[in-house]
Design a protein around this ligand. Structure first.
Ligand code: F6P
Length: 525
């Protein structure tokens, strides 16, 4: 379908292919769909029983069938006090009790009541975690920078010693608090970084000081106790919260310390609003369902291999990385719920960078490359810096320009006319004009909101979580396990003694053995 023609023929196209919830608007009118497409997608959602599966998730059924677990991250932000009993346990009471404990601890750190071992106020919080125990809080802390009035926040995730080394370089142990965040409390990156952090504190302040400089977040409370973190500084969560869905609970502790409990609660309230929207709205007006259906359309029918998420909102610069885990760890699967092989493509490659920066880097390919990559633009109508409104106006002009350019393109005739009007010689026009053609008809959707405040951030993240859920239902896969991360972990364990030179590399494949030999050669071993 030709989008330029569709817009020309239908002045109501925007109204028809956009939907909102309060100040949050989703515009998919610049995607190549028509009324019949939307009708068929609605039928697809009905056939896949999106509504039934949604109800199963919210009610705590074990929809994560390969791990036999409920999927209840929505309970972490459902604070209405009505209670939710799952598997005989009052989930809501558990959630509230951890939230209250986190709030008390966050307030104590923020106010200076919980000091370091030498009595000094905590000025820096270092979260040590990876994947879901890092990306969510790191993304949210940056997004909520205008609300950040607590200690500075740092995030260490990589096993590469450079990460913790460079983070600690500017810090003083006396005023630093470490949060060890790991659902399983076994992840090698986190445990290695935690041990290094403990040595750093011990070296500076002595072993007795450790208790005042560590807190932990985990579902494995027995392992945390073994690490030596005292019970009153341990914040739990449960196996019904997937790592990549965990920012709403105790994993959000560094965010809460940064922005304060009341802003954190506003973040939860925003997510809960989106949960209610997702539960209650008919699918034709339901933002996560619409986003999911369009995503499925692009991936399965149009066969686009990727999608780009481009926030025109600098403080969302970690959103693409966060969504990579949320989306690709959830829907990068090849086996159906019934353990058969999937017959359609599943989750796309998700990537992105903030605008306008991307325009000066990879947008060339998005406009003129040989692959079509649908784009998801995000933008706030209002910035946090009224004195810099001119910047914000330019930002918005750019995001609008990009989606318009992608949709409209520029024909050869238009390119030629423009060049001739500038007085270029005919022979130069013949040679250069083809390079200045934009095919257009390239899909993008835009998510527009008033301002990136805690509530809005909560709504946006929950919108994406439920979109991933909807797409997972349409692909007929389990979006809540992640078996695909295991093989690499197992092999890394086997390869460590080989790298250390304690075991021979001979029995590995020739490439791996050759690389190990070269590492040893470069190290002068
Ligand atoms: O390796 C993948 C993974 O298991 C993610 O799913 C998870 O978010 C991350 O590792 C960290 O796990 P943990 O919180 O248990 O340390």
């Amino acid at each position: 379908m030709d989008m330029r023609a569709a817009f020309a023929a239908d002045p109501g196209r925007f109204a028809r292919f956009s939907a909102g919830d309060g100040d949050l608007l989703l515009d998919w009118s610049k995607c190549a769909v028509d009324a019949r497409t939307m009708e068929l997608l609605g039928e697809l959602a009905a056939a896949a029983d999106v509504e039934g599966r949604r109800a199963a998730m919210f009610s705590g059924q074990h929809i994560n069938v390969t791990e036999d677990r409920a999927v209840l991250h929505t309970a972490l932000r459902n604070l209405d006090g009505k209670g939710l009993v799952v598997d005989g346990q009052d989930v809501q009471a558990d959630v509230l009790s951890v939230l209250n404990a986190m709030s008390a601890f966050a307030e104590a750190v923020r106010s200076g009541k919980a000091t370091g071992a030498t009595g000094k106020k905590i000025t820096d919080v270092v979260n040590i975690g990876i994947g879901g125990s890092d990306l969510g809080p790191a993304m949210a802390t940056l997004a909520l920078a205008p609300y950040h009035d607590g200690p500075r926040a740092h995030y260490v995730s990589n096993i590469d010693g450079a990460h913790i080394h460079d983070t600690l370089k500017g810090l003083s142990a006396e005023t630093t608090l470490f949060i060890i965040a790991s659902k399983t409390f076994t992840t090698v990156e986190t445990m290695t970084n935690a041990a290094t952090a403990r040595k750093w504190v011990e070296k500076a302040l002595g072993t007795a000081a450790v208790g005042k400089h560590f807190a932990a977040v985990s579902t494995a409370l027995d392992l945390v106790a073994k690490f030596g973190i005292s019970q009153d500084r341990v914040f739990g969560f449960w196996d019904w919260v997937g790592g990549r869905y965990s920012v709403w609970g105790a994993i959000g502790l560094p965010v809460m310390i940064a922005v304060g409990p009341s802003n954190f609660r506003a973040f939860l309230a925003g997510a809960h609003e989106m949960d209610e929207h997702f539960r209650e709205r008919p699918l034709q007006k339901n933002l996560p369902a619409l986003l999911g259906l369009i995503g499925w359309w692009h991936r399965v029918i149009c066969q686009y291999p990727a999608r780009a998420v481009i926030p025109y909102d600098q403080r969302l610069s970690r959103l693409p990385a966060y969504l990579q885990q949320l989306d690709m760890e959830s829907n990068g699967k090849s086996v159906t719920l019934e353990s058969g092989k999937v017959t359609t493509p599943t989750g796309p490659l998700v990537w992105g960078e903030p605008g306008t920066n991307g325009q000066h880097a990879f947008f060339q390919l998005l406009h003129q490359g040989t692959d079509v990559i649908p784009i998801e633009f995000l933008a706030a109508a209002v910035g946090h810096e009224p004195q810099l409104k001119h910047h914000h106006d330019l930002l918005l002009a750019n995001v609008l320009a990009q989606s318009e350019a992608l949709m409209k393109g520029r024909t050869l005739e238009e390119a030629r006319a423009q060049m001739l009007a500038k007085g270029m010689a005919e022979q130069d026009v013949d040679r250069i004009a083809p390079h200045r053609v934009f095919s257009g008809n390239r899909p993008s959707l835009t998510i527009l909101y008033r301002k990136l405040d805690p509530r809005t951030l909560g709504r946006l993240i929950a919108l994406y979580e439920h979109r991933v859920f909807v797409e997972g239902v349409l692909y007929d896969i389990n979006s809540f396990d992640q078996w695909g991360v295991e093989l690499g972990k197992e092999l890394a364990t086997q390869l460590l003694p080989v790298v250390e030179g304690k075991e021979e590399a001979g029995r590995r494949d020739a490439s791996t053995a050759g690389l190990v030999a070269h590492i040893h050669h470069l190290r002068g071993a």
